[in-house]
Design a protein around this ligand. Structure first.
Ligand code: HMG
Ligand code: MG
Length: 314
């Protein structure tokens, strides 16, 4: 494996020594597949392989309406079939109490509520306004916390909305702060359509971090315009140390036409390891997982590092 190290001491701010990677491929990636629903055993096998490759936070399912996101309809079965690892947190999206009840019954470790920073995206994604979504999340967070589950929050369209254009950073800050106030331990900032460039990302985070401590923020960068790694580096410099990514760059968003997958986990790990930042990920194993799922779905591997390392004995 080529070594491409770059001393963090040469960066403008000293970077974290360890980054938490949240693998969202089995949810954010597979939710977007247009073919027939992947069998639960195929998804469970992917999740088990990701755990074996060192991922410790895996978003495995979404307890949303199956009519809206048909690929997630077998979420409960997926959770049944996973071989649980003690060191792994298995999480799922829960937009409302009905979703939370299903998630608790399925035995998740963690749930995530997902809001948006634009009204149009909130309506398209969850069929309600931003305020109504936040109102629905209140009891979800309370009951989940009472049940001993961790609760994560998302804010989508933090820079641009596919329906409204540029989004005000103060809207993002407002939603993020409300998610933290209701008990989310972390808020993941979603560049849902991948249009953000590093300067705009920084501008947004500078505003949000005046309301939510930077240690409770995460980056969720879709790679539609090839900006995701650059955006992650900018967010790292701003002090964020948790990033979401998707094996083989799988995915997109069903409510954001043209949005491509998240930053590939292989590309993220390659860059972080090159910076001397630990992730706990075994990149060689992950590369095989990414190639296997790409072959299975009949698609080109969306990870540059994955493709490059696949061509070598890794
Ligand atoms: P709704 O239709 O407004 O819900 O959907 P409702 O409360 O009016 O109920 C209508 C029917 O749906 C009822 O059934 C409910 O029981 C049922 P009926 O009485 O008619 O038979 N229902 C449910 N069924 C199963 N599971 C549930 C559930 N809730 C209600 N949880 C809802 C509201 C939010 C459920 C719907 O809009 C939905 O499922 N949306 C899907 C949203 C989604 O999954 N989007 C993609 C994930 S978010 C994303 O990708 C962005 C992210 O990656 C970050 C980024 O990139 O920015 C996280
Ligand atoms: Mg996403």
């Amino acid at each position: 494996m080529p070594l491409n190290t770059y001393s963090p001491s040469t960066m403008t701010r000293s970077l974290a020594k360890h980054v938490k990677v949240v693998e969202v491929g089995p949810r954010d990636g597979l939710q977007n597949e247009s073919g027939p629903m992947l069998h639960a055993s195929v998804k469970a096998n992917l999740i088990d392989q990701l755990a074996a490759a060192g991922l410790t936070h895996i978003e495995v399912a979404a307890f949303v309406h199956p009519k809206w996101v048909p690929q997630m309809a077998n979420s409960a079965q997926v959770l049944q079939l996973i071989t649980r690892h003690k060191h792994v947190s298995y999480s799922a999206l829960t937009p409302n109490m009905k979703g939370l009840e299903r998630a608790i019954e399925a035995g998740v470790d963690e749930v995530a509520v997902f809001g948006a920073a634009s009204e149009s995206f909130s309506q398209r994604n969850t069929n309600c306004s931003i305020a109504q979504a936040l109102e629905r999340f209140e009891p979800v967070a309370k009951v989940a916390l009472d049940a001993g589950l961790k609760v994560r929050g998302y804010v989508s369209v933090v820079v641009d909305c596919p329906y409204e254009g540029p989004v005000s950073p103060s809207m993002v800050a407002d939603v993020a702060e409300q998610l933290i106030d209701m008990g989310c331990y972390e808020v993941s900032l979603g560049d849902t359509i991948g249009t953000a460039t590093p300067g705009r990302m920084l501008e947004m985070v500078n505003v949000v971090s005046q309301h939510v401590p930077v240690g409770q923020l995460a980056g969720h960068c879709h790679n539609t315009y090839g900006q995701a790694l650059a955006n992650v580096l900018m967010l790292l410099e701003a002090g964020i140390t948790t990033f979401d990514s998707s094996v083989a760059g799988l995915g997109g968003c069903p409510y954001a036409k043209g949005a491509s997958g998240n930053l590939a986990t292989e590309d993220l790990a390659y860059m972080l390891h090159g910076l001397g930042i630990k992730t706990g990920i075994h990149l060689d194993r992950l590369v095989r997982v990414g190639q296997n799922i790409s072959d299975l779905l009949g698609r080109t591997n969306g990870s540059n590092a994955g493709q490059a390392l696949n061509g070598q004995a890794c």
